[in-house]
Design a protein around this ligand. Structure first.
Ligand SMILES: NC(=O)c1ccc[n+]([C@@H]2O[C@H](COP(=O)([O-])OP(=O)(O)OC[C@H]3O[C@@H](n4cnc5c(N)ncnc54)[C@H](O)[C@@H]3O)[C@@H](O)[C@H]2O)c1
Length: 256
């Protein structure tokens, strides 16, 4: 893993930040992407203090030209890209489908699915040229079961979020097939509930951890570190024969 060049999108907070840090600890050079310049600068400062090799790049994954420029910048600066982690994502409060506005629908699909497509599209030429690489997409349990854990209970399903993540899952499989002849592995991780800002915002800051954990067999919520260590495994040599796989990280909440 040492000296690999890694791009993690949405890496300024939560799961993305934990993934970026895990790769830094392994000796990689990590490009920390996010839409928030201020948060990138904060992470860069903290990581540099710890002696990590990081390179902050602000870009909105939904804007094609910004993604094109970001990938060109990485190619010009490092001459390669070994690992792409598509983590940037947004969620919304649970809503019944007839209450979801077109703007809300489009915003979720655009960030979670179109953004991921754009990051792959512009990175693929580098991976093909190298005839090696790893792409890891952050999907979600909701992309498998059509709802988040909380909305299963309440009955309103965050259908836009679930649809975007189901798209990520099938896109991962399609891409894995296309890139297999070039020695590139493409996999996804499907986390259950992980206590990050994304979840805290969803519950207006009042997360009842105990209630959320009560029907999880391992009796706790996931951590950003749980997801990060799984991503590291999929990026490792040991996972070299795994492609097109969607790895559940959910404490046993859902078993495929
Ligand atoms: N937290 C959970 O319970 C959970 C569960 C399953 C899947 N996920 C997925 O994990 C990923 C990370 O989520 P998190 O919980 O760490 O959320 P988070 O809100 O803490 O972090 C998301 C990051 O993505 C960035 N981002 C948002 N839109 C962006 C854009 N257009 N361009 C670039 N960056 C952008 C944000 O600024 C933020 O730093 C998401 O894809 C999310 O759907 C989270």
């Amino acid at each position: 893993m040492k000296d690999k060049v890694v791009l993690v999108t949405g890496a300024a907070t939560g799961i993305g930040r934990a993934i970026a840090e895990e790769f830094c600890i392994k000796g990689c050079t990590v490009v920390v992407n996010d839409i928030s310049k201020e948060n990138i600068q904060r992470v860069e400062k903290e990581f540099t203090k710890r002696g990590y090799r990081t390179y902050g790049l602000m870009a909105d994954v939904t804007i094609e030209q910004q993604i094109k420029d970001m990938i060109n910048n990485i190619n010009d600066h490092f001459g390669r890209l070994d690992i792409l982690v598509n983590n940037a994502g947004v969620t919304a409060k649970p809503k019944y489908i007839e209450e979801i506005t077109l703007a809300e629908w489009e915003s979720i699909i655009r960030t979670n699915l179109t953004g991921l497509f754009l990051c792959c599209k512009y990175s693929i030429p580098i991976f093909k040229r190298q005839r090696s690489g790893k792409i890891i997409n952050i999907a979600s349990l909701s992309g498998k079961i059509g709802a988040t854990q909380s909305s299963v209970v309440s009955g309103n399903g965050k259908a836009h979020y679930a649809a975007s993540k189901a798209g990520v899952i099938n896109f991962t499989k399609a891409l894995a097939r296309e890139l297999s002849p070039f020695g590139v592995n493409v996999n996804a991780v499907a986390p259950g509930p992980v206590l990050t800002d994304l979840i805290i915002r969803q519950y207006d800051g009042k997360v009842n951890e105990e209630a959320l954990a009560s029907n999880i067999p391992l009796k706790r919520l996931g951590t950003a570190g749980d997801v990060a260590s799984t991503v590291l495994f999929l990026a490792s040599e040991g996972a070299g024969y795994i492609t097109g796989h969607i790895l559940d990280v959910n404490g046993g909440l859902y078993m495929d």
